[in-house]
Design a protein around this ligand. Structure first.
Ligand SMILES: C[S@@+](CC[C@H](N)C(=O)[O-])C[C@H]1O[C@@H](n2cnc3c(N)ncnc32)[C@H](O)[C@@H]1O
Length: 291
């Protein structure tokens, strides 16, 4: 239905949203405004671009204005939408978890490649340490039907989100979410793979991050202590005994020098076959070693 004269159109509301978001300093103003319009219309982003001259009914326009104002206050787009895509899965995200990042998809790719073949009829056991939304755990379980994943996080609130994601994706039978510190979730069991995207930023850098991250994502997910390596050092110590012989530990790092430092920490702790891999931007970012 074309808009009656004087009634706001989708095009006009979209243009106003782009202007507001641009004025708020958001470099992705147009794309974000389109995503938010699609969300309030309940359609896909490209479908929302069709029929831009249609009227935007008042209740929808009100919801759109609310969503755009939230984004203008630099709330992350994904927290407003309530979801993010990760390796083909749609994951619920809230302010209690880190928004899964595209580079972590490459971490999962490497972890999948390092997983051994299934032992006679017995499921392999992987630990996703610091699971947040459950992104890594759910992707591993979705892509390898012979793996059960323990998804652990020290944050109770994050565990609630991870558990909900596993359930919504039909993976709850093979993704067990546990609130635990470091590798404690394994108890006396041994893992065939431990993967982690830990907090790795030096504390001093956290205050200088974009407001979306600094003000809206959990500090516990970001802050890696004075040199950014505090949690990684603890993970390396706690996972050494938690892995089966020659099973891999795969870590995401801040990249560059930190990746080299983490490789050194792994070697010093007795891990073998230590290797570094680049992300899609060519930055050395992921580090793996075998117990
Ligand atoms: C960078 S986020 C990663 C979240 C998710 N794995 C991802 O890749 O999107 C790090 C996560 O580690 C958790 N964490 C921090 N310290 C921890 C610890 N000592 N033991 C277990 N989890 C921890 C945080 O709560 C946070 O959810």
């Amino acid at each position: 239905m074309r808009a009656a004269p004087g009634t706001p159109t989708r095009r006009a509301e979209l243009a106003a949203a782009v202007e507001l978001l641009s004025a708020a300093g958001i470099p992705t103003a147009r794309v974000d405004a389109e995503w938010l319009l699609a969300a309030v219309l309940g359609v896909g982003r490209f479908q929302a671009q069709l029929d831009l001259d249609r009227a935007l009914p008042a209740p929808v326009a009100t919801r759109y204005a609310t969503a755009v104002r939230r984004r203008a206050r630099r709330e992350p787009l994904q927290q407003i939408l309530g979801w993010e895509a990760f390796r083909g899965l749609r994951l619920r995200v809230t302010a209690d978890v880190l928004v899964p990042r595209p580079e972590t998809e490459t971490l999962v790719e490497w972890a999948l490649g390092l997983l051994p073949a299934r032992r006679d009829g017995v499921r392999l056991r992987a630990l996703d340490l610091g699971t947040g939304s459950g992104a890594i755990a759910c992707a591993l379980a979705a892509e390898r039907g012979d793996v059960e994943v323990i998804a652990s996080d020290v944050s109770q609130a994050a565990a609630v989100v991870a558990r909900e994601n596993a359930r919504r994706l039909g993976l709850a039978g093979r993704v067990r979410v546990v609130v635990a510190d470091l590798a404690g979730a394994l108890g006396r069991a041994r893992a065939d793979l431990i993967v982690s995207n830990p907090p790795y930023l030096p504390s001093v850098l956290v205050g200088g991050l974009e407001p979306e991250i600094r003000c809206h994502e959990p500090r516990l997910a970001l802050d890696g202590g004075d040199d950014g390596l505090a949690v990684i050092r603890q993970i390396v110590v706690s996972t050494r005994e938690a892995l089966r012989p020659s099973a891999p530990l795969v870590l995401e790092t801040a990249g560059g020098d930190q990746a080299d430092a983490v490789a050194g920490i792994l070697r010093a702790a007795g891990f073998g076959s230590v290797a570094v891999r680049a992300d899609l931007a060519g930055v050395d970012r992921f580090v793996a070693g075998r117990a």
